[in-house]
Design a binder for this molecule. Structure first.
Ligand SMILES: C[S@@+](CC[C@H](N)C(=O)[O-])C[C@H]1O[C@@H](n2cnc3c(N)ncnc32)[C@H](O)[C@@H]1O
Length: 220
């Protein structure tokens, strides 16, 4: 595993933690849209992977679900703990590539704005871990336009504030990544016009990605 990625991520989010809630304000409307995609009336268990300062976790908690928010950055989690007013949320410091939970422990595992914060091989491991701990997966992240000019504008803008992994994320097709992990999209939605895309997926038995033979193609 790339040690410099861990060092970089902990340092990067350690620096931004106090300011993150402010930066993420434009995403406020997306939080309820994401939690609204789960129509369960019963108390289900949700894992919020790369939870950061916990805003998405709180949107799930507001619906009465039992939520665990997981993150690598203690500084981000400190901010989450400060904001927390729910009894049905707890936070754990852990690496999303090695989650401390049994197989199928959760009803849903969600990752919002986390996949663009890691190298590509880590992205694969995180999706594998999410599939291990839950049958249903929600992925929320930037929707990278297919049109070259729009993509250039999008990437140039987001690169102004994003971490060093974002540019690599923008080269890949997220839908294809999910498909190749055997994740079948059953609901999808957009946020912030179409700047953000939300996928609700179910795990299938099909999976064409293996640790040593990544078959995915980069966009050109
Ligand atoms: C941009 S923030 C997203 C926070 C939150 N989910 C949101 O929607 O606002 C990305 C988070 O991913 C976390 N992260 C990155 N790599 C991780 C890993 N391998 N395991 C756990 N958390 C990780 C970072 O620490 C950071 O808090």
């Amino acid at each position: 595993m790339d040690e410099s990625y861990y060092r970089y991520t902990i340092r990067w989010f350690g620096k931004w933690a106090w300011f993150y809630n402010f930066i993420a304000l434009p995403l406020t409307g997306i939080r309820n849209k994401v939690s609204g995609m789960i129509d369960s009336k019963v108390k289900i268990k949700i894992l919020d992977v790369c939870t950061g300062t916990g805003t998405q976790a709180f949107a799930f908690a507001k619906k009465g679900f039992d939520v665990v928010g997981l993150d690598l950055s203690r500084e981000m989690l400190k901010m989450a703990e400060k904001k927390n007013k729910y009894e049905n949320v707890r936070f754990v410091v852990a690496d999303a590539t090695k989650m401390p939970f049994e197989n199928d422990y959760f009803d849903f595992a969600c990752i919002s704005f986390g996949l663009h914060e890691m190298p590509h091989e880590v992205r694969h491991q995180v999706l594998d871990e999410m599939k291990r701990v839950s049958r249903k997966i929600i992925v929320v992240d930037y929707h990278i336009p297919k049109n070259r000019l729009h993509r250039w504008l999008h990437v140039s803008f987001a690169s102004l504030y994003e971490s060093k992994y974002y540019r690599d994320f923008a080269k890949w097709d997220l839908e294809e990544l999910l498909r190749e992990h055997g994740l079948r999209t059953v609901k999808e939605a957009y946020g912030l016009l179409d700047f953000v895309k939300i996928f609700l997926c179910k795990r299938t038995n099909f999976c064409s990605v293996h640790q040593n033979s990544i078959t995915l193609k980069q966009r050109h």
